[in-house]
Design a protein around this ligand. Structure first.
Ligand code: PEP
Ligand code: MG
Length: 926
């Protein structure tokens, strides 16, 4: 089976058209409250996902606490002006604050009826847990008494105040959390309290005093008592958190641009922690792991929102809310069903119930696994909530990779006892060696090890470790905890809240069920069931792959049928063809089964590496005379012909593009150093036999063929020109195989492709050979077939001279791997060393070998297309570099007017989906 050649890469590029220029109107702050908002759902660029959702829900008359959103543009201004906000914007914020106070009927800092607000980040793309939030802002030594008076609950008032100082101290003043935790523990000890909730008003008052001393000692200033100063400081801290290390890392992984900024939402606080008639929770309108149509989520009684997502307390399933607060639950069901219909997509929502009164705090499209994405998209069509066209825009092409990921071999899995069970947060089979820190996960995976990151709970700082791990296993947290959300989005198998795990991070081990598991030991788990086992377990191909391979009947696989349906809808809208890069018949068959309707690149030299062929190829290379070379080529001919025949058959008459030999010949010979060692050994034995002669001859030829820059050396068309007999043999093999399948009734039109052409005359030289040999072969076979001769456009001169080259070329295929190498002057084989640093330093946003450089390489593609079609208007043009499987690049190729993209077989489904999204000019996430 073919290897996957392309890693999944999540890429979302902002759609510049959808930007709403707030700067033009001079407006930077958008109010929402009392059934009316300045913004709406179409203003995500400016208001962020959270701000636009709050505005939309307010406009729809839903119970949303009032507030205002400071736009993402202000974030950019903040950075441009080195942390300063112009006074005009400050004034706009002040007037919105006044309006908020009027709407809320409460005043910031009041001793009678104090207004408390939350200050929360919210970018266009959700970045769970990566940026900062401050709750209970507005409390000070006076207001806390006001809150006590209003709520008649002194404990609650002082608990809110101490939480605020702690959060503010940590987020705004950069004081480590431990400093506060230390005081909390001290007060608990002094009062003989076991839990935080055991502390009464006076204990919490004591804690407030201690926290204020911590602030004074650490920040060298008093805790700010002026609520307006608190607000300004909190706002700036949220803006600063846009550039914290974990947010930058998250954006790098998900290809979210750095310059879009975050909005800041200032919203009246409502409290889920006023007592047992209050609660807070998060949920989804459908199961985000499996896609099942079920109300899904969790809540905590008497808690604040952060308690749920932080994964510190394990919450209750949301359905149980119906038993505790039936009225609020019913209303929540009605509202969220309405939101799903309105947004025509699964919603991920946050809510708080204060004294049995429900408030909605957020709604947005729910992140989901690849599996869930396909299930939900197909279900929504069946329920007539969306059309097939809308459904294909609900699935990120990269997410399809998860559906092709392996699972455990069920027999192997059954043999091992279950050590424990956690919550099945993100599906997939994960097996690897246990590590306990994110840094170690990175270190070990750099050494080629497969690791499972085991944590008590994951914190956003773990993102780099989660990214490289095979899977994530945590002891605490619920399905919507950070580990679960991020794991699902990355398509990382995750099991969370496995409460039986007693993790001792210091000793780098955990105990479960009487067993001790040390760092480096193997564990495996199933992210769909939550089962964890202490062993290494072999995995099996995904259900979809089993169907594609013919091992499982489509009727037996619900997910395959959905996957197939979705892609067949996608095919209706796309105008780009999707071909595959495949060299051998089994790869071609897989590509066809995945929906490729053509081979865009068959690298014939890969056939030379087949079993028993290398010695023949070496003989061809070592030949001193043309006659000897032809002898070796005669031996290769039937082998190549059989391969071509197999590929033609597998593609059932679809176009097959076969490239003549491309790599430098020394790649087929042994390495110079190895030969020298062999020779030295043979010489040491004193035997001067035939073997030694042969090695010496080989070494001599290797030295003759040595090049300083082989990628720029004797390769591609240059080989065909210097060794025309190779082009002759390959042409003969192609035409004979094609005649054979044509005779069998499969009408194949082979496309013979000459690589690395930069000069019109190079192609003309090779075309003459192909035409002559093809005529001879057809005459011998007694049959005439149609074939095309074309070229790869992969050196910059090829694009520039495309007008002349198209005189001879009947098709073009852009080789964007070489084109990228030659446009940038970066060696394909060596660039990895510095490209990482280039990306870290933002000199390049992304790896140009993975996603097309639109400005540079893309410009050459456009020139090639324009000049080629000027000469030959109907010129067929494709692309067969690695970029053919990359969603963002596919959008570009669509716009550039290409006829098809050719991707590795496993990327074909993603390419079909991306091509149809490109035709609809929309990207998932925009
Ligand atoms: C290319 O250069 O883009 C290409 C497809 O050819 P290869 O990768 O074989 O050089
Ligand atoms: Mg190339």
């Amino acid at each position: 089976m073919a290897k996957r050649t392309k890693q999944s890469s999540k890429r979302r590029t902002p759609n510049p058209k959808s930007r709403t220029p707030g700067a033009k109107s001079g407006k930077h702050v958008y109010f929402f409250g009392r059934g009316k908002a300045d913004g709406n759902r179409h203003m995500k660029d400016l208001l962020g996902g959270k701000g636009s959702g709050l505005a939309e829900m307010t406009n729809a008359g839903l119970p949303v606490p009032p507030g205002f959103t400071i736009s993402t543009e202000v974030c950019n201004i903040f950075y441009k002006q080195k942390g300063k906000i112009p006074s005009a914007i400050d004034a706009e914020i002040a007037s919105n604050l006044k309006k908020l106070e009027q709407t809320a009927g409460a005043t910031l800092g009041s001793t009678e009826n104090p207004l408390l607000v939350s200050v929360r980040s919210g970018a266009k793309f959700s970045m769970p847990g990566m940026m900062d939030t401050i709750l209970n802002l507005g409390l000070n030594d006076d207001a806390v008494e006001g809150l006590k008076g209003r709520t008649q609950n002194g404990r609650f008032a002082y608990d809110s105040y101490r939480r605020f100082i702690q959060m503010f101290g940590n987020v705004v003043l950069d004081i480590p959390k431990d400093a506060f935790e230390h005081e909390l523990e001290a007060v608990k000890k002094a009062r003989g309290a076991k839990l935080d909730t055991d502390l009464d008003e006076s204990a919490l008052g004591d804690l407030v005093a201690r926290y204020k001393s911590v602030v004074k000692a650490r920040a060298k200033r008093d805790f700010p008592q002026d609520p307006k100063e608190q607000l300004t400081m909190a706002r700036d801290a949220v803006f600063r958190s846009w550039m914290n290390a974990r947010a930058i890392e998250y954006r790098r992984i998900y290809d979210i641009p750095d310059d879009i900024g975050t909005a800041v939402n200032v919203q009246m606080m409502v409290f889920g922690n006023t007592g047992d008639r209050s609660a807070t929770g998060v949920g989804f309108t459908r199961n985000p792991a499996t896609g099942a149509k079920e109300f899904y989520g969790e809540f905590l009684i008497n808690a604040q929102g952060e308690d749920v997502v932080a994964g510190i307390r394990t919450p209750q399933p949301i359905r149980e809310l119906g038993g505790v607060m039936p009225k609020a639950y019913k209303q929540l069901r009605e509202i969220t069903t309405r939101l799903e219909k309105h947004y025509k997509d699964v919603q991920d929502f946050e809510f708080t119930i204060q004294d049995e009164q429900l408030y909605m705090l957020q709604t947005r499209s729910g992140k989901r696994t690849g599996h869930a994405a396909v299930v939900i998209a197909t279900d929504l069509v069946a329920e007539k909530l969306v059309t097939p066209k809308e459904a294909i825009l609900l699935v990120d092409p990269d997410a399809l990779d998860q559906l092709l990921a392996p699972g455990f071999d069920p027999d192997e899995w059954k043999k091992i006892p279950v050590a424990t069970k956690g919550l099945p947060a993100s599906p997939g089979a994960a097996s690897g060696q246990v590590v306990f820190t994110a840094d170690q996960a990175v270190e070990w995976s750099n050494q080629g090890k497969q690791v499972i990151l085991v944590r008590r709970e994951t914190v956003p700082d773990d993102i780099h470790g989660m990214f490289v791990a095979q899977g994530i296993l945590t002891a605490t947290g619920g399905m919507t905890s950070h580990a679960a959300v991020v794991g699902r989005q990355m398509g990382k198998p995750s099991v969370v809240g496995a409460g039986d795990l007693e993790i001792d991070e210091g000793r780098r081990q955990f105990r479960v069920n009487g067993k001790t598991v040390k760092e480096g030991d193997y564990v495996s788990f199933n992210g769909l069931t939550g089962e964890v086992k202490i062993a290494r377990v072999a995995s099996t191909p995904s259900e979809i792959l089993q169907v594609v391979d013919g091992a499982l009947a489509p009727a037996k696989s619900d997910i395959y049928r959905r996957f197939d349906k979705l892609l067949s809808w996608a095919d209706k809208f796309r105008t780009l063809g999707v071909y595959a890069n495949a060299d051998l018949p089994d790869q071609a068959a897989l590509a066809y089964a995945f929906g490729a309707r053509g081979i865009g690149l068959c690298r014939t030299e890969h056939m030379f590496f087949g079993e028993g062929r290398i010695p023949i190829v070496q003989r061809m290379i070592l030949a001193d005379t043309e006659a000897d070379r032809r002898k070796a080529l005669d031996e290769l001919l039937p082998l190549q012909r059989d391969d071509f025949y197999g590929v033609f058959k597998a593609m059932r008459g679809c176009p097959v593009t076969i490239r003549t030999i491309d790599p430098p010949l020394h790649e087929f010979l042994p390495k110079r150093e190895e030969l020298m060692v062999d020779i030295a050994k043979l010489e040491a034995t004193g035997k001067n036999g035939a073997e030694l002669d042969e090695k010496r001859r080989l070494l001599h030829r290797v030295e003759q063929l040595h090049e300083f820059n082989p990628m720029l050396g004797h390769r591609g068309v240059r080989l065909g020109i210097t060794y025309p007999e190779i082009t002759e043999m390959q042409t003969r093999a192609i035409i004979e195989a094609a005649c054979r399948v044509n005779r069998e009734g499969v009408k194949v039109v082979p496309e013979i492709m000459i690589p690395l052409v930069g000069l019109e005359k190079e192609l003309r030289d090779q075309k003459a050979i192909v035409d002559r040999v093809a005529a001879e072969a057809m005459k011998k076979e007694g049959i005439t077939i149609k074939y095309l001769v074309g070229t790869m456009i992969e050196v910059p001169r090829g694009s520039l001279a495309a007008g002349e080259i198209a005189e001879d070329a009947e098709f073009f295929s852009f080789g964007t791997n070489d084109m990228t190498q030659l446009t940038f002057g970066y060696s394909r084989d060596d660039a990895g060393k510095f490209l990482k640093i280039y990306q870290e330093r933002k000199i390049l946003d992304k790896d140009p070998f993975a996603s097309i450089d639109v400005e540079g390489v893309g410009a050459l593609v456009r020139i090639g297309v324009e000049r080629g079609r000027k000469t030959r208007p109907a010129l067929k043009i494709g692309i067969c570099g690695e970029h053919g499987g990359d969603a963002a690049s596919i959008h570009f190729f669509h716009q550039a007017g290409l006829n098809y993209v050719s991707a590795s077989p496993y990327r074909v489904p993603a390419a079909r989906l991306a091509a149809s999204q490109a035709a609809l000019a929309t990207r998932v996430g925009d």
